[in-house]
Design a protein around this ligand. Sequence first.
Ligand code: ADP
Length: 301
Amino acid sequence: MKIAILSRNKKLYSTRRLIEAAEALGHEVMVADTLHCYMDITSNKPTVQYKGEELNDYDAVIPRIGASITFYGTAVLRQFEMMGVYPLNESVAISRSRDKLRSLQLLSRKGIGLPVTGFCHAPDNIQDLIKLVGGAPLVIKLLEGTQGIGVVLAETHKAAESVIEAFMGLKANIMVQEYIKEAGGADIRCLVIGDKVVAAMKRQAQEGEFRSNLHRGGSAEVIKLTPEERSTAVRSARIMGLNVAGVDILRSNHGPVVMEVNSSPGLRGIEEATGKDVAGMIIKFIEKQAKPYKTQTRGKG
Ligand code: ADP
């Protein structure tokens, strides 16, 4: 097969591993820097151009689109979809998963366990908002944050009020969430491919920290999932329309609760913690699934 990878940098661990895995399985791979792709979107024969050449005859495209370039990245991916190239994750699903409010609303509608969560932009009655989500302690999150930045634990009612006020002063969109204390500073990353969790790890926060992000000094280890956790992860990926996803779960007293569904999950942490060849599994999934024009929306969404 001819596989294109959309990635800003071919030296990134995940990109490198996908290239290696695809080549090891006998495929031809090309990495295109997403922001350097360009195209005539009005042509009746859609194409994608890169460095003066037309990218044609590709069987599959693997999007590795960072949060900061979602807008342009999904447009490039949509163009591939219009050309009939099979996308590992399709553009509509990526856009959906990048909108945290939309994602949580969709998951909630389908009955996926979630921490009690409120959204707000400019509430006139902060007391009522705090009451709505069950009172302190609360986790307050900036919608635009990643890697745990902009995620604050407010242990008291007063602290929650001050943090919400401060974020409101910045005119930010925020999420106010029940604090899952019993998770003990740990979360679970489930790597879903198709209808299976192929690898899972527990990330444990450093002593004195509640955020388990590896970028915040958390550590990772293999974990055995319960059947309920497995089905929660697989269903969450399916609801988002993602073939490959990293689903983050907390173990709460009321069962597994989903925090986030990530459409470009990093491979380093999970491969190192579990010793599994996740990149190889992704390529094998593409081998089975890739067919021309096989998307749910053909970029129409
Ligand atoms: P980001 O997307 O920036 O990584 P998250 O929402 O995943 O932000 O939060 C970062 C970390 O904080 C999580 O991995 C988890 O360990 C912890 N955390 C987030 N929300 C909660 C919560 N409601 N209760 C307990 N811990 C939480």
